[in-house]
Design a protein around this ligand. Structure first.
Ligand code: AMP
Length: 212
């Protein structure tokens, strides 16, 4: 299965990616996580991306397309993958097509803007492995500690109110148009993001025609 997860920031793409990765037995590729790792390691890409991310803006298409192409060429992607956070512009979607990458499904997770601000301010991320948490809806077993790797949970720098609004605007202006691009290809599936994780997971399974 070659799957794209799309939706506004905080819709639950990371969490659903984690669940689907286990169900489908393929790797999840999160471009946001790749960029945050690159920033931590202060690589060339990291240095270039840092200001864009902190301002809630998109990193330029050519940089992102190159990163994703290289990642998709890795052996673990040969039989399928889940893309979380890419494509985010129509140019990125077209670049995937031009590279001959055939996507099976695009899952759109829908959550209203009003709920996003609330969700993002209670979101946390493992500083070591990047696993997603939420202090309201997806708490770790031990407060502040990642269930999977024991890393410290932190709040992302771009999950602050000033940046959240920018990210939402960017989503509506630049990413949402991809919806019709994939709808026209007949591969768009839509699932509603709910308050309860189990309800969202059920919606996703139904939209993709998977068992729970
Ligand atoms: P995310 O973790 O998916 O919310 O991504 C965090 C930030 O990384 C975004 O707000 C962008 O600044 C940047 N980013 C991630 N993926 C992309 C992409 N496909 N195109 C451009 N910028 C991206």
């Amino acid at each position: 299965m070659k799957l794209i997860l799309m939706g506004p920031p905080g819709a639950g793409k990371g969490t659903q990616g984690e669940i689907l990765e286990k169900k489908l037995g393929v790797s999840t590729i999160s471009t946001g996580l790749m960029l945050r790792t690159a920033i931590k390691e202060q690589t060339e890409v990291g240095k270039l991306a840092e200001q864009y991310i902190n301002d809630g803006k998109l990193v330029p298409d050519d940089v992102m397309v190159e990163i994703v192409k290289q990642r998709l060429a890795q052996p673990d992607c040969a039989n399928g993958f889940i893309l979380d956070g890419f494509p985010r512009t129509t140019a990125q979607a077209k670049a995937l097509d031009d590279a001959g990458v055939e996507i099976d499904k695009v899952l759109l997770l829908e959550v209203e803007d009003e709920k996003i601000v609330e969700r993002l301010s209670s979101r946390r991320e493992c500083s070591k492995c990047g696993a997603p948490y939420n202090i309201v809806s997806k708490r770790p077993a031990v407060e502040g500690i990642c269930d999977s790797c024991g890393g410290e949970l932190i709040q992302r720098k771009d999950d602050v109110p000033e940046t959240i609004q920018n990210r939402l605007n960017v989503y509506h202006e630049q990413t949402e148009p991809i919806k019709s691009y994939y709808a026209e290809k007949g591969i768009l599936a839509v699932a509603k993001g709910e308050e309860e994780l189990k309800d969202t997971t059920a919606n996703v399974a139904a939209a993709l025609g998977l068992g729970e």
